[in-house]
Design a protein around this ligand. Structure first.
Ligand code: AN7
Length: 410
């Protein structure tokens, strides 16, 4: 038997409420996005007692996830990613306590799996047969996998020629219909949203409120992994701006439940060529100025019109945080630094949080003793080309130990 629904959907702007039984992405009155809001009786410390004894994963936090029938969860073992204390990186930067949460450890290699386990489970509950998304790569890889697991048809739209190879082949092998759109991610998202409003196809981009529910568990896990301590700063790469919003929601819920008594500052990092949110925050603009032709080697965050920009700006401002931009060069440098100092290999977009941290240190915006968590959002093997291009071919030797020793001593 399904539990009773213990949440509703609420418009972010006008607060109009909708029943979860509706397939709806935007408020019918004002057009803004929707958020999952739980019944007040769940927002108590007692709720967290049920979490103890369950393994670290997205579903450890089931009471605060919008699924009524837990017997039908579509899972591949998502979440439970490591939170690595990075002492070598920290001392290089003159910081005492830096952690990297390695979301590349998720089943398809990015944090998107946290959202998809929830979103695709909801799709099944709603009786959906076909799911779709637009994607810079990781969302499509993840949706394709979870759709396969659930036995759903899957359509993914990607910007022509601008998706890292590893992500493209994932969507293919999982059996999705992969369609390249002549345009960028923003163009692809626009048409897939239109498609899903007129066809019986369920949209699983981050305008879908259930996705963010899964992703907020990054905050819950950090809190668990730090034994109840709250970071001073959480640094997040920002593209479509769903993840930073989701993580902030997670921390706010812990706060509402009375489990923490302070909140972290949320720090969003964007690539210079795709930085509408960072520009807004840094220049104090009133209105967002979308970037028409976003460009960065971090193709995952090559997004000019982030749909969740309002939520993200809210998260940054309400948390007393800020936003920063990083150049492609800084991103690649950070990617190498994290790999060679800590053994953590992330894709360029995932390294944006590290590149951002380096910049914040330079600008004196974080303190030496701060407890800092960087979110490394995707696995390095997604995009091998970018690394290959930066290194010379490995030297070749005869299969002879003396030659080898000579080489090593040179
Ligand atoms: C590695 O896959 O948007 O700010 O379509 O893959 O929540 O969008 C990917 C985003 C950061 C940005 N890091 O997260 C997609 C897509 C990685 C990513 C982001 C993405 P959001």
């Amino acid at each position: 038997m399904a539990d009773q629904q213990r949440y509703n959907l609420a418009c972010l702007s006008c607060r109009l409420m909708y029943s979860p039984s509706e397939v709806i992405y935007r408020c019918r009155r004002c057009g803004d996005l929707l958020s999952v809001e739980y019944d007040a009786d769940l927002m108590r410390p007692e709720t967290a007692k049920k979490w103890r004894g369950r393994s670290l994963s997205v579903w450890r936090y089931a009471e605060l996830l919008p699924i009524s029938d837990r017997s039908r969860i579509v899972s591949l073992g998502e979440g439970g990613t490591s939170l690595n204390r990075c002492s070598r990186l920290g001392s290089e930067l003159g910081l005492k306590e830096v952690y990297v949460k390695n979301e590349g450890e998720n089943p398809t290699g990015s944090f998107k799996d946290r959202g998809m386990t929830v979103g695709v489970t909801r799709a099944l509950e709603l009786g959906i047969k076909t799911v779709a998304c637009a994607s810079t790569g990781n969302t499509s890889a993840s949706l394709a996998a979870y759709a396969a697991r659930a036995g759903l048809e899957c359509v993914v739209l990607i910007p022509s020629g601008k998706v890292a190879l590893g992500k493209l082949i994932q969507a293919m092998i999982y059996g999705a219909r992969v369609i390249q759109v002549k345009g960028n991610f923003d163009d692809a998202l626009k048409i897939v949203e239109e498609l899903c409003l007129t066809q019986p196809i369920y949209l699983l981009n981050s305008i879908n409120p259930y996705r963010l529910e899964g992703q907020k568990t990054i905050a819950f896990e950090i809190w668990d992994q730090l034994d109840g301590r709250v970071p001073d700063e959480v640094i997040v790469p920002v593209g479509n701006a769903g993840n930073i919003s989701a993580i902030w929601k997670g921390f706010r819920e812990l706060y509402s439940m009375g489990l923490i008594d302070k909140l972290p500052r949320m720090i969003g990092i964007q690539a210079e060529g795709a930085a509408p949110i960072a520009n807004l925050i840094k220049m104090g603009l009133k209105e967002i100025e979308f970037v028409e032709n976003p460009e960065t080697i971090a193709t995952a965050i090559r997004i000019g019109s982030p749909v969740n920009w309002k939520r993200a700006v809210g998260a940054i401002k309400d948390s007393n945080g800020f936003a920063e931009t990083t150049s492609d060069e800084e991103i690649l440098k950070a990617q190498r630094l994290l790999a060679s100092y800590e053994g953590i290999f992330v894709e360029p977009a995932g390294a944006a949080s590290i590149a951002g941290l380096i910049k914040l240190v330079k600008n004196g915006l974080v303190k030496k003793d701060d407890l800092i968590v960087c979110i490394a959002t995707g696995h390095g093997l997604k995009d091998p080309d970018i690394v290959l291009r930066q290194f010379p071919k490995p030297v070749e030797v005869e299969a002879d130990v003396n030659t080898l020793m000579k080489l090593l001593s040179s």
